[in-house]
Design a protein around this ligand. Structure first.
Ligand SMILES: [Zn+2]
Ligand SMILES: [Zn+2]
Length: 441
């Protein structure tokens, strides 16, 4: 694998100033003295870009691939700490009070977030229960406590916990799915409104506040900023040109085995990225068949068993005139997983056949696949909520089918596939007119 040759900072500056509608600030074009210490490689495509000061609230994006490079201003790190502590406190009301109760056949049934998980585990679906617990509770809890640990270890300059807590934040923030859970609560309410009276509990307010705070936290947190607080980028003077970008702390530096700042292994592309992504995609494609053929939910009413696959579930929603929910479930459970597999497969084929056009479009597909991924968990959340609430033995009961397990496997595999793909591979054979001109100069 070769690394793209380093274009001069001047040519990059020229790019930033002339052909970049995505770059936030037109003030970037003002007379700017380039020096090699301010050059940084884009984490999305390894284009060398010149770092400039931009105002607070604005962001700089890569002119070639559109990846966000850095944000302007310096919001306080202690603000992050305050939000993280608020989130940790909100875990108590959101997890231990019921978020919803229903009156079903004269009996009040409350639902707390962990109760759905434990019912799933108790009825023989431990992995499914674990997946739901992980996405709705463990991942947000680990991210918030990691912020706390990061601040403590930064304060006392302890390297190991600092490094690992930042790695946890970086990895797990894509697995925080409280927003998906809240939408699932709303869908379950719509599904249940014909059977029962629904009462909102205090846990729901806790959950909504927790979601708002964690969204704020994730949008503010920048792993790069914490590493900058640990050791400034400008403190590293490199004699050679920078041609590799550390995945972990985002320090651009000359080639080497380990990053000079965070000691993480250095590589131009994630090792075996294409092979790993293909393997995960194949496994997901195999699992998508049982996920759609085997029933994912079983409803027992008056001793009668009604089994539903994903598609028949959508059809019965249409029959009961719930078109909106039918569309949401259809998109989240059928369109999204299939589109993710096809989108990633297309990117991989283009990488392997070294397709030389439409790099930007492939990058957009990559961003969409990464963003949309978590919404396919929605159907599983709905199942776990319905299971907790609709539990009246032979009169009215709701249990998941084994199709739900296969569906859980599809969701996890496609998310892992999106994460194992290195976006810089998309740009490996990129040659634009501008760049070839620059290289000749
Ligand atoms: Zn880029
Ligand atoms: Zn590093």
């Amino acid at each position: 694998m070769t690394s793209p040759s380093l274009t001069t900072p001047l040519s990059t500056q020229h790019q930033l100033s002339t052909k970049s509608p995505l770059t936030a600030e037109s003030s970037l074009t003002t007379e700017h003295q380039c020096d090699s210490s301010s050059v940084r490689l884009c984490q999305g495509c390894e284009l060398p870009v010149d770092k400039m000061d931009i105002p607070h609230g604005k962001s700089a994006y890569c002119p070639r691939c559109g990846t966000q490079l850095y944000r302007g201003g310096t919001p306080s790190l202690s603000g992050n700490l305050a939000i993280a502590i608020t989130c940790l406190l909100l875990f108590i009301p959101s997890h231990f009070f019921e978020f919803i109760s229903i009156r079903l056949i004269g009996v009040m049934i409350p639902a707390t977030l962990p109760s759905g998980v434990f019912t799933l585990m108790g009825e023989g679906f431990p992995l499914l229960g674990l997946l739901i617990l992980f996405c709705s509770s463990i991942a947000p809890l680990l991210v918030c406590s990691s912020v706390l640990i990061t601040h403590v270890s930064l304060r006392f300059k302890i390297f190991v916990p600092f490094r690992y807590s930042l790695a946890i934040i970086q990895t797990l923030k894509h697995w925080m799915m409280l927003d998906v859970f809240l939408v699932s609560v709303a869908i379950s309410c719509f599904k249940l409104q014909d059977y029962s009276d629904i009462f909102v509990g205090p846990g729901l307010i806790g959950l909504i506040l927790l979601q708002l705070c964690s969204v704020l936290l994730v949008s503010r947190i920048s792993v790069r900023r914490y590493w900058e607080a640990w050791a400034k980028e400008s403190d590293y003077a490199f004699a050679e040109s920078k041609n590799v970008h550390c995945h972990n702390c985002h320090l651009s530096q000359p080639d080497g085995h380990a990053c000079v700042r965070c000691h993480h292994e250095l590589y131009h592309r994630k090792p075996y990225s294409v092979q790993k992504t293909w393997a995960l995609l194949f496994a997901a494609t195999v699992a998508i068949i049982p996920a759609n053929v085997i029933p994912i939910s079983i409803l027992i009413t008056n001793g009668q068993r009604l089994e539903d696959t994903i598609l028949s579930g959508v059809a019965s929603l249409i029959n009961s005139d719930m078109y909106g929910i039918a569309v949401i479930i259809f998109v989240a459970s059928i369109v999204v997983p299939v589109a993710k597999i096809l989108g990633l497969a297309y990117i991989l084929i283009c990488i392997q056949t070294k397709r030389a056009v439409y790099h930007r479009q492939r990058m957009t597909i990559y961003f969409i696949v990464k963003w949309v991924g978590k919404w396919s968990v929605m159907d599983l959340f709905v199942i776990s909520i319905m299971m907790t609430l609709v539990d009246r033995g032979q009169i009215l009961n709701f249990t998941p089918g084994y199709g739900a397990v296969a569906f859980g496997v599809v969701v996890v595999l496609t998310m892992l596939a999106a994460e194992s793909l290195d976006p810089r591979l998309i740009w490996d054979n990129y040659t634009s007119k501008d760049e070839s001109v620059n290289e000749q100069q």
